[in-house]
Design a binder for this molecule. Structure first.
Ligand code: COA
Ligand code: AMP
Length: 637
């Protein structure tokens, strides 16, 4: 069937369409109710179905006779090690860890935080939680203890599962001490901290609540999967919102499992038994959906890569992994390709490896610039597919559904709506705009299965943030436009969220930290263009009188504060001291104007500005400090 017909069926008759997809997975209790609504009219999928996603990812394949096939290939250039983990081995590890957690008294509905590097035990921990109906919340390792503490206080975990350490380029990340520090700061105190010792010689500080991971599983009894309701929360995944407090996205179980199975075949075009690789991190939604649950539900071998696209040891790593493990479909962020392209502009490393196994290269996480797309296509010689989605959706909303029909690629566009997503471009009045006109990207309700259920502990914020702005629609927070052929071009966030190296960050959160420095009178933090990372944060600060002479010291302190509070992942490295900030007469700081000046985007000076002369002052500060789009240009084609 061709894309358009297939897509139309999903929109015209969602119940029939998703009922057909739901039978592609095994339920303990097949759902009779396909689509129902909660008290706010928000969709609930497969409400009376019962299943377990850990069973789908492991036991089902063993029962079908695939126990000796590889479930995971762990490839870790940072430790120079590789491990091939079969479904049988995965079963043994997960069932024993689940048995250990059960023995600690953790049971269905309890929450567990997982704060781990990219090692197999991170996947075992997620699947062990799912096996027992525990709700996991994986926190990305690049976040500092303070961020971890915020999440501990929001989801009140009974336990935290962590590891001795992670490894960044030339740096050990002390995960266990970070967990201890976070628990010091948080009001809620988890009962247990389960610690996996990587045996890399890193000292692990001991606390009474600590449980050694290896000892726990050595004495535990393996357990079977419990049956959970389709709408039982599988996980909470925190993501940046427009305030300092991150939002805990809740994912259901049955809708998610159905959607992921569907997407592996129809969006990614990958067959069962093939090797699939998403070069992301289990701490992000890409990791949840396409390192762990999607490929394992689909009986693919998933690659768990602990490294970087460059410097581990060089820009050939990605191509080595594809070639060595026969990867059929790969997914990464455009930033990773830009980093490789910078080191190896002519793709010399690519020529050294046979990449005949690769059918499609997917990109997402941030806007993909045309130069990066063209370079990747030219050197990999396979379709390069930019696709768009977000933590909230859990799986792609716009894509070239190559498993249905490969449509022509249009550089700059993340292609067309994926089945189930009725995507509209709206104006302020909730009216659909014409082709070519930019507006707000929204999805007409009901959303398909697998998308967010709610926000943890905050249904009001969920409604206010996503449902109230355009009644009858889910609002994505992105701007964009459609062309005459229905291809959608995402132009970027319309709120305070920025995307740094494919990592979603809140400038409002950074601004809160910057403004709390004792020498700062006022400040603005916003995202500016970065050739490598897509965007990077820039802070402009006005100092309290008498503090100006120490501007360099203060800037350094502010940078350290943000790194200490949010973490290295914020990549907050630029602070400029200015005399004043442009504001409207009512006192609102004109952040968009500040960004547009830096990025050399055409701008109008609003008539409400309180003093026009300030624009020249800002330009002069940018010039002196080499801030501006033309100052950090790398070799675009
Ligand atoms: N644990 C601890 N620290 C981490 C971390 C982790 N899991 N991940 C990143 N960091 C740190 C980095 O070490 C770096 O610290 P530094 O400022 O001391 O150098 C900082 O956070 C910023 O990291 P990053 O933005 O990743 O920059 P980088 O310079 O280390 O690497 C790239 C640049 C392009 C190689 C890297 O950003 C990359 O691989 N990007 C791909 C993005 C991706 O996969 N996104 C997922 C969404 S699909
Ligand atoms: P996250 O929730 O971390 O996955 O980030 C989601 C946000 O990243 C989206 O709302 C977009 O702003 C941006 N994004 C993700 N993929 C793309 C893409 N292919 N093109 C443009 N922006 C993207």
């Amino acid at each position: 069937m061709k894309y358009q017909e297939f897509y139309n069926r999903s929109i015209d008759n969602p119940c029939e369409f998703w009922k057909e997809q739901a039978v592609q997975i095994s339920w303990f209790n097949q759902p009779k109710s396909i689509l129902s609504k909660d008290q706010y009219g928000y969709p609930q999928w497969f409400q009376d179905g019962q299943l377990n996603i850990s069973y789908l990812c492991i036991d089902k394949h063993i029962e079908d006779g695939y126990g000796n096939e590889n479930a995971i290939i762990y490839d870790s250039p940072v430790t120079h090690s590789k491990e091939f983990i079969t479904y049988n081995k995965l079963h043994s590890e997960v069932a024993r860890l689940a048995g250990g957690l059960e023995a600690l008294g953790i049971s269905k509905g309890d929450t567990v935080i997982i704060y781990m590097p990219m090692i197999p035990q991170a996947i075992y921990a997620m699947l062990a939680c799912a096996r027992l109906g525990l709700i996991h919340s994986v926190v990305f390792g690049g976040f500092a203890p303070h961020e971890l503490a915020i999440r501990i206080d929001d989801c009140n975990p009974k336990a935290i599962i962590t590891a001795s350490n992670g490894i960044e380029i030339e740096r050990i990340i002390p995960y266990k001490p970070f967990v201890d520090e976070a628990i010091e700061m948080s009001n809620h105190k988890p009962e247990f901290v389960v610690v996996y010792d990587r045996k890399l010689g890193v000292e692990i500080p001991y606390k009474l609540r600590d449980i050694d991971y290896s000892e726990l599983i050595a004495k535990s009894v393996p357990v079977e999967s419990v049956s959970v309701e389709s709408t039982h929360p599988l996980y909470i995944l925190y993501t940046s919102g427009t305030t300092g407090k991150p939002k805990g996205i809740i994912r259901d179980t049955g809708g998610y499992a159905t959607a992921l199975k569907f997407s592996m075949k129809h969006v990614y075009g990958v067959n069962e038994g093939e090797v699939y690789w998403a070069a992301s991190d289990v701490g992000w939604v890409v990791g949840h959906s396409y390192i762990v649950y999607g490929p394992l539900i689909n009986r693919n071998t998933t690659v768990l890569f602990e490294g970087k696209p460059i410097k581990t040891p060089n820009a050939s790593t990605f191509w080595r992994v594809i070639s060595e493990h026969n990867v059929s479909v790969m997914f990464t962020a455009p930033t990773a390709i830009r980093a490789i392209k910078k080191e190896d502009p002519n793709g010399e490393y690519i020529k050294k490896y046979g990449l005949s196994s690769l059918r499609y290269q997917f990109l997402a996480g941030e806007r993909c610039d045309v130069a990066t797309l063209n370079w990747t296509e030219k050197h990999l010689n396979v379709p390069v597919i930019d696709h768009w989605w977000q933590t909230e959706s859990g799986w792609p909303m716009l894509a070239n559904m190559c498993g249905v029909e490969l449509l022509p690629v249009k550089p700059g566009s993340a292609s067309v709506p994926v089945s189930g997503y009725d995507i509209k471009i709206l104006n302020e009045q909730s009216e659909e705009v014409e082709a070519g006109v930019e507006g707000y990207v929204a999805v007409k309700l009901p959303l398909p299965p697998g998308t967010l259920l709610n926000l943890w502990g905050n249904p009001e914020r969920f409604k206010a943030g996503y449902l109230n702005r355009f009644p009858g629609f889910y609002f994505s927070g992105d701007g964009g436009y459609k062309d005459e052929d229905g291809y959608v071009f995402i132009t970027g966030r319309v709120d305070d969220i920025i995307n740094v190296a494919g990592h979603r960050l809140s400038t409002a959160e950074m601004e809160e930290i910057v403004s709390s420095h004792k020498a700062v009178a006022e400040c603005a933090v916003f995202g500016i263009h970065c050739d490598l990372k897509g965007q990077k944060p820039l802070g402009l600060v006005v100092l309290k009188s008498g503090e100006e002479l120490k501007d360099k010291v203060i800037a350094k302190e502010i940078i350290n504060d943000v790194r200490h509070e949010i973490g290295a992942v914020a990549a907050f490295k630029d602070v400029l001291v200015v005399k004043r900030l442009p504001k409207t007469r009512s006192g609102k700081i004109l952040r968009k104007l500040l960004r547009n000046i830096s990025d050399e985007i055409e701008y109008n000076i609003p008539s409400t500005i309180d003093d026009v002369a300030i624009i020249d002052e800002i330009k002069s500060v940018y010039k002196t400090n080499q801030i501006g789009i033309h100052k950090n240009t790398i070799n675009h084609e």
